[in-house]
Design a binder for this molecule. Structure first.
Ligand SMILES: [Ca+2]
Ligand SMILES: [Ca+2]
Length: 398
């Protein structure tokens, strides 16, 4: 009995040691991950490093066009942007954005993105933005020009507003200017669009330290033969040919997050489209997509202007904005160097094109994302061994 009991105590002692070792091991893994993350952050915040990273994109003459379109406007793409690249955008960029209601869709999407991501385990404050400089947030001077958008038919009011703004020494830190259209592409002419493009080019030359983001105009239901589609293609062609930065507002509206194309179905700015071939919109791709996907997991409410039920379209506009800002701040996403689609239907080749690179960028973040699972597993294993030891002790003694 004594012999048996001492043998048992030895077994229990060994089991306890295993469980402690287990706890120490996983505890170490946890703290080591924290250190890795902190070191990474410190390294990333080093100013010399930042300058090195932003050197190539923050210049007037780009080697390639940078096009933010439907290919990057989905949550898979968003999650492929390394957190360091998002932080880099916050460090490096001071954005001034002027728009009216349609342009506000980007802001609506960005406003509700932080909660959505954080409620799904995302890093606290990662997607924070603020109207003005604020530690830890992306600086966007929203409505910087106090009224207006890109106007109509070669109106250049917006360009004068931009010069006045940039010439003010209070805005010396601003290095990105973004202007949105309202309905001004729908009723525009080839000449009017050329006036816009040439003026943007002039501004780039006048302010070589500022990046200017071009935009296409929102969908209006006129289909592939409509003026809007043709004028948007004119803007896109110019941006591709001249290595410009384009937020392709229209192209993002033409596809659902799965890459299904609606641009040839008389799609409107509310994501309504014609499903039965009579040219009249009768369905809504955003609502259809939302019905088949889980709210607050796969998409979030953000009520974009003119498309209040097409939340996922607003989500996509926010994803595209963060992608673009990350690239402008120096993140090397290979999709920037590929020739963009002409809004027809070639999503498959695009997706395969940059998957490998994005996966590489992804790996380090995945390690951090799995942290709760690793700790939970370690804790469970430790507890199992411990309880097993206690149980056998009790059973043998009584
Ligand atoms: Ca403002
Ligand atoms: Ca119809």
């Amino acid at each position: 009995m004594n012999n048996q009991s001492s043998k048992l105590s030895k077994i229990v002692f060994i089991l306890l040691m295993i469980s402690f070792a287990n706890g120490f091991f996983f505890g170490f893994l946890y703290s080591n991950e924290g250190d890795l993350r902190n070191n990474h952050k410190i390294e990333h915040l080093n100013s010399e490093n930042i300058n090195k990273m932003i050197q190539s994109p923050l210049k007037a003459d780009l080697d390639n066009p940078i096009i933010a379109d439907h290919r990057i406007a989905n949550i898979v793409r968003l999650d492929q942007i390394p957190e360091t690249a998002i932080e880099q955008a916050k460090q490096a960029l001071h954005i001034a954005y002027q728009h009216t209601s349609h342009g506000s869709q980007i802001i609506s999407g960005m406003n509700y993105l932080p909660n959505f991501k954080e409620n799904n385990g995302g890093t606290l404050g990662l997607y924070a933005w603020n109207d003005g400089p604020l530690e830890g947030a992306l600086d966007i001077d929203d409505y910087f020009a106090d009224g207006g958008d890109l106007g109509h038919l070669g109106d250049l009011t917006w360009a004068e507003q931009t010069r006045t703004y940039l010439d003010d020494s209070n805005h010396a830190d601003v290095n990105v200017i973004m202007w949105s259209w309202c309905g001004g592409v729908s009723d525009n002419t080839e000449e009017g669009i050329n006036t816009y493009l040439n003026e943007m080019n002039s501004l780039e030359n006048e302010y070589p330290n500022v990046l200017f983001i071009y935009m296409t105009g929102h969908a209006d239901g006129s289909g592939l033969e409509g003026n809007l589609h043709i004028r948007n293609q004119q803007i896109r062609d110019y941006c591709i040919a001249n290595n410009k930065i384009l937020y392709d507002f229209y192209d993002i509206e033409c596809y659902n997050p799965d890459g299904d194309y609606f641009g040839d179905k008389y799609m409107t700015d509310a994501c309504d489209y014609d499903s039965d071939g009579d040219t009249y919109p009768d369905s809504n791709w955003a609502e259809e997509w939302q019905e088949n996907h889980t709210k607050d997991i796969e998409w979030y409410e953000c009520s974009p202007a003119h498309a209040s039920t097409a939340h996922v379209m607003g989500n996509m506009k926010a994803y595209a904005a963060w992608w673009l800002f990350s690239v402008l701040a120096g993140w090397n996403s290979t999709i920037t160097s590929t020739t963009t689609s002409s809004s027809s239907s070639s999503t498959s080749s695009d997706s395969t094109n940059d998957t490998s690179n994005s996966q590489n960028a992804d790996t380090s973040d995945n390690l951090f994302d799995n942290k709760p699972v690793i700790i939970g597993l370690g804790f469970t294993m430790g507890m199992f061994v411990l309880l097993g030891g206690v149980y056998s002790l009790i059973k043998k003694n009584w």
